[in-house]
Design a protein around this ligand. Structure first.
Ligand SMILES: [Zn+2]
Ligand SMILES: [Zn+2]
Length: 254
């Protein structure tokens, strides 16, 4: 975020005195409302309200199965920049398989300590128990503390729920991906609209229709990116490729 602010020519200040958990948490104590971009935008707006700054930054992550096979963990980080003067916002995202998103139900201390070691605890935060359980805790900082919390769970119910803490400040893997989203946002913000010069001209979706190099059938593979301006609605296609190999063709290789 520091790098993002510097590239946009601003100083970064942290909006304090606000608990972002009230906007939704990862452990289902309070569920998030709206889309991921809306959640990040709400934080960016709030940052402006709390600090009186001209621009506000907010981020929001989501985690789940990967969109390709559904078998690996996948993370999406969205960063939003809100312009309080115009009311406009620009967002960018980064996504990928490096999330360290894992959960386990363990029934002994050796299992618990093995899980904690695998996820890189205590460098990476660990959430112990479920909300409402006596041993529920998100702030443990050592294996000793984990052992103390785990003992009554094994005694009372023979089982303990463990999951990686997905809050950004306890999750170095997320921090790196948020940094990548912030980089993408800086690039997008600095891209002025060719029609009205507003900041934030950038890709909004892919345009399918790249031609099969064998039979020239228009395939579902992307031929271009659609770039758009959120202020004036100007759109422009940026070509990616004209043709794709026959393996991607629904006619040649259905
Ligand atoms: Zn074909
Ligand atoms: Zn425009």
């Amino acid at each position: 975020m520091q790098g993002l602010a510097a590239r946009l020519g601003h100083d970064l200040i942290l909006a304090e005195g606000f608990d972002t958990d009230s906007l939704g948490t990862f452990t289902n104590e309070r569920s998030r409302t709206g889309t991921q971009v809306e959640a990040a935008l709400a934080k960016a707006r709030l940052a402006c309200e709390l600090t009186g700054a001209e621009f506000g930054l907010g981020s929001e992550g989501s985690f789940g199965p990967d969109p390709h096979m559904g078998t690996a963990a996948w993370g999406v980080e969205v960063v939003v920049c809100f312009d309080a003067a115009s009311g406009q916002h620009v967002h960018a995202a980064a996504q990928g398989p490096s999330t360290n998103y894992r959960q386990a139900s363990v029934s002994s201390w050796p299992q618990a300590s093995a899980f904690a070691e695998q996820i890189g605890f205590p460098g990476h935060g660990l959430i112990v128990g479920r909300p409402g359980e006596a041993w529920f805790d998100k702030e443990l900082g050592s294996m000793e503390a984990l052992k103390t919390h785990a003992a009554p769970a094994f005694l009372q119910q023979g089982e303990l729920w463990l999951e990686t803490d997905m809050r950004a400040h306890r999750n170095p893997t997320r921090m790196a991906m948020i940094e990548a989203a912030a980089e993408a946002l800086a690039a997008r913000w600095l891209q002025g609209c060719p029609a009205c010069a507003a900041p934030g001209f950038g890709p909004i979706r892919l345009i399918p229709g790249a031609l099969c190099e064998c039979c020239a059938y228009p395939t579902g593979a992307a031929k271009a990116q659609l770039l758009a301006c959120a202020v004036c609605g100007h759109e422009q296609a940026a070509p990616i490729r004209a043709t794709v190999p026959a393996q991607r063709c629904e006619m040649c290789n259905p």
